[in-house]
Design a protein. Structure first.
Length: 368
């Protein structure tokens, strides 16, 4: 039955957490989805060019580009045909005559209303649908950011920033996890060229899991030959992102910004363009065309992987697949609305999603 299968899959998600502390190659992957429709429309290529409050996620050093007034960013997206919901919000506040910026970012990725079928079958073997309840599985992250300018000249700017992040993950009342990590970033701008360097999970982010099954639940798990999880800790190894961007001027009112980023991971071989036992490199790129800094059109490409070719019955032929993305936006005074069309997988996955985000600069009105 479908609902029973959904619950069993949820329990299976808990099983990898059993055991001792160890590196998880795909731990806290919800933190790699992205933030803001602009970045998602550009193939998650924002380490160098980001210049708004979403920088708390992409590169905390770039928060220094938020000037004069606090800024609020909000985003919502639904994945897997509205099964998974992803929400993002941030506030960036310039201080000390715009030399420093502090920020707060919150993220949530969750699946709600998951059927709990542990007690679907009565002791006599009959099925009682009235015993089905629901629960949510959700991942939360809170990033506390600080950024400061190093140099601030007209044609040469540098800055650095750091994040302290708290992670909270929950699977109904069955399991909870708390984690802590640190990110650091650097940004350099010289005329129309920018360089961004970001080290995420710099100190090795950890999640400490604890599990909560009452006696009846443990009995059902035992009778159905499911392993009962115990307390454990999972570790997320550091990730380094290096990005370069250049802003081409195509006329008095048209600009074309192009960026290429490279993600370096150190947790073993991944299915990326370059993958070795110690290092994997995952490239992604994006472009943004702007008209009078009011209208924007974006495109990006990311998530290159080798996969079995469709229709290959021998399971031998592999082809390169990738994740495309498109986006658009407009800006009116201190309000920006952006849109992205993308997904979580690759071009062969039909489950694309629509991403919307809102940016507001909280500019104070000057009394005449």
């Amino acid at each position: 039955m479908r609902i029973s299968l959904l619950f069993k899959l949820t329990i299976l998600l808990l099983l990898p957490c059993i055991g001792f502390s160890q590196f998880r190659k795909y731990s806290n992957e919800f933190l790699n989805i992205g933030a803001g429709a602009r970045g998602l429309g550009m193939g998650a290529s924002e380490a160098a060019s980001v210049s708004d409050g979403t920088a708390g996620y992409w590169n905390p050093a770039a928060l220094t580009d938020v000037q004069k007034a606090p800024q609020v960013n909000l985003m919502h997206a639904s994945y897997f045909d509205n099964i998974g919901k992803y929400d993002f919000g941030s506030v960036a506040i310039p201080i000390d005559n715009n030399k420093r910026v502090i920020g707060l970012t919150a993220l949530r990725f969750g699946v709600d209303d998951i059927p709990n079928t542990l007690f679907l079958v009565e002791p006599d073997g009959s099925i009682n649908y009235g015993n089905i309840t629901t629960f949510s599985s959700a991942d939360y992250a809170f990033l506390f950011s600080f950024a400061q300018k190093i140099t601030d000249e007209d044609d040469f700017k540098t800055s650095f920033g750091v994040n302290a992040k708290i992670i909270y993950r929950t699977v109904g009342h069955f399991a909870t996890a708390w984690g802590f990590g640190v990110d650091a970033g650097f940004k350099l701008q010289k005329n129309r060229w920018s360089l961004g360097i970001v080290a995420k999970d710099l100190t090795t982010t950890f999640n400490a899991w604890s599990f909560h099954f009452d006696e009846k639940e443990q009995e059902v798990l035992y009778l159905t030959e499911n392993q009962i999880p115990v307390k454990s800790t999972e570790l997320t190894s550091p990730r380094l992102t290096v990005g370069n961007s250049y802003n081409f001027r195509l006329g008095s009112s048209i600009n074309l910004l192009a960026e290429a980023d490279f993600d370096f991971t150190f947790d073993g071989e991944r299915n990326t363009v370059i993958g070795t036992r110690t290092l994997s490199i995952d490239p992604h790129a994006g472009i943004e065309a702007s008209i009078k800094n009011v209208f924007f059109v974006r495109a990006g490409i990311s998530n290159f992987q080798r996969a079995l070719a469709d229709g290959d019955t021998t399971n031998q032929k592999k082809v390169w697949i990738y994740q495309p993305s498109l986006g658009a936006g407009f800006k009116i005074n201190n309000v920006s609305i952006d849109y992205a069309f993308t997904n979580l997988a690759n071009q062969s996955n039909p489950l694309y999603t629509n991403v919307f985000s809102l940016k507001i600069d909280l500019i104070k009105k000057v009394k005449k």
